[in-house]
Structures are given as C-alpha cells and as structure tokens.
Design a protein around this ligand. Sequence first.
Ligand code: MLT
Length: 413
Amino acid sequence: MRSINTAYAGLAGNYLFSEVARRVRVYKENHPEADVISLGIGDVSQPLVPAVIEALHEAVDEMSRAETFRGYGPEQGYAFLREAILKHDYLSRGVSLDADEILSSDGEKSDVGNFHELVGEDSIIALTDPVYPVYEDSNAMAGRGGVHENGRWSSIVYLPCTKENNFHPALPEKRVDVVYLCSPNNPTGTVLDRTELEKWVNYARENDSLIMFDAAYEAFIRDESIPRSIYEIPGADEVAVEFRSLSKTAGFTGLRCGYAVVPKKITAKTADGTVLHLHDIWLRRQCTKYNGCPYIVQRAAEAAFMEPARTQMKAVLAIYQGNADMMLKTCEKLGLEAFGGVHSPYVWLRTPGGMDSWSFFDLLLEKAAVVCTPGVGFGASGEGYVRLTAFNTPSLTRAALERLERVLADVRS
Ligand code: MLT
C-alpha cells in the first residue's frame, strides 16, 4: 500500500479560512436570497491604484515585443524591485540593509509557510496563541508538532496572548529555537512597541534563537514611535528574518507579491558544527523550488513603492482605517469589548454573553448574513473572541455593523 507523510495525515480538520468558506457556502446554498457581507478573511475590497495598473499594462506590453520580452528571471526577484523595497521600506526608516538581503516571492504566505524548512528538524518552535495558522500548520507538516490534542500540538510551545497580558506574549519558560512574532498582530490587531520588541531581540541574542517576524500589516501603524520593522531594534539583523506582503498595503491579494528579508549576518550550525548563513541557504532553496514572482507583477510592485502610487495607496489605507474606526465606535456604543483596530485592519471582538467563537460565528451568519472569523480557529486562547476585518467597503462595513446591532438587540431582549 502506498503511504502518506504521517505529519500531514495528523493535521486537524480544514485550514481555518477554508472551513469558514465551507460554512458560508453551505449557508448560501440554504439561503440563496441572502446578501452575505464578509468581515471574515482579510481580503481587500479596493482595486489596485491607477499607478500600479499603469505599470502592469506597460509590463504586459513589454512582454509582447521580442526586444523587451522576459523569460525566467532571478529567483529572488529583479534588482529593480529589491532596490525599490530597500529605499522605501528600510533606508527611509534608518534601517540599513543590502538589497541582496531582500528576496521577493509570490506572497508572504509562501515565505512564512516555507522558511521553517531551513531550521533543524528537532527545533523547538514557539508560537503566540492566538496565531496566524500558517506558522502552526507548516511546522506541524514538517513533523515538529508532536501530538494534536485539545487544539494544541504537544511539541509546540504556546505563548498565550490575552487581555490580561495586553496581548503581549511572555518570554518562554524554557529555551526555544524559533519564535514567530507578528506585529501588528493577526488576529488580535494589537502591536508590539519598541520595549516589547527589544525584549524579544535580547531573548533571541541570549538564547541563540531565531525570530520569524511577520510585518504584513506594518502600513497600518499610525504612531510613528512604534517600529514597523524588527530591524529598527539594534542587533535584530543577527537574529531575525522579516516577512512582508503587498497584499494588504497595495491590494495584491490576487496579484501576489511579498518578500523575505534574510540578513547575511544570521548564521546557524549544522549537526556537525559547520556554520552556515541562512541567507545563502534560503536563496539555495528558492533557486531549487521556485522560479520567481512574474515579471509583470514585479513591475507593478516596483510602482507601488514609488510616487504617485504611494500617495494613491495612502488614500486606500485611509478607507480601511476609517472602517476600523467605525467598528471600534460601534463596539463601544453596543457595550462590546473590542481590541486592536487602531494600528491594524483587524478588530478582536469579545463575544457577547460568553458565547463560544463558533456559536457566535454561526449566530452572525444565520441571523445577519455577516461573516466573521472565529477566534478559536487561531488557537485555544482565541476562544470567546471573533476577528472582524476592516477590508470591506465602507458601505458594506456600515451595513454589517447595523446588522450586528440588530442581532445583539434580539439576543439581549
Ligand atoms: C487573514 O485573513 O488572516 C489573511 O488574509 C490570510 C492571509 O493573509 O493569508
């Protein structure tokens, strides 16, 4: 009999967003007339900005002419894109990196889901709880999970992020090899300030650990004193890999482009003590398994880092920030406890009356045709919460909040 990788066979249920989509599909089949509004998956509603579309068109035209046609490109991305990223995301904030340390891809999910391949098979992984499920699932797929019981993997170290600790994970009690951090956080919408990030960089330096830092939502930070990159913390370039995305900042959820920053200073040892540079190994991995983000997408991404696209994108960001403000105001008016949403497109909402996450999800869907994401899907500490996204249009966000108000009135009466 053919056999299957037991680590994959042990995965629990569906990927979170697939399960949400499945339930919505069933609901729509049973209620074909329903006008469903999604505040669920963080998919953007606003189109690409005009300057990005223009760059995309130009690149498509280049592909039609023999003299400008491009075939395979560099696996880590064209220099024009990596230079644009360096200039606008890093040098502008006083972070000095080399463009070679930036490796572009078809989106951050791929990078953050693949990077664990570089760390030792028996590495101890620490994850915040709740957490973006890709970090957890990908390590479980690699066999680092152990046994899955009561929503947790036995070999993973979980760092609960709760209202009591302001959603700031405490340092692990025992040494871990790798810790995944996400700020602004998906799903809680909260941020790690400079002091918190320094705490983690110091921990990683003292313990020879690696930080996988997910900065997908950095553009939503409204307070200039909050770091947007982990490299704003001195010494982080020896211990941290950073992942970023154009999905939420530039509307590339469908176009696909992201990047990993892998500083050349980060080293790791093989079992026999040989010291290797993670940067070289990541590039080696990408060259074997990947052929690079499409040229036309990289040209569109390059435009997104320059004017006039940047100004156009700020206006789009303001729409989403306005939605998040509207959500927080509504929650306050309704006496609901809500977190995040200030430096983030996500609002982390405590379910009313102590309902569990999936029951509140079902209630909102059944009674209001509104989709949210159940907090428990992000981890055990997410039980009793749901996540709302600010990425829908202002009018649909308003409509969803009005429906939420009506459902609550019914529940409370
Ligand atoms: C989310 O809703 O958490 C994100 O959109 C998922 C993703 O970026 O893959």
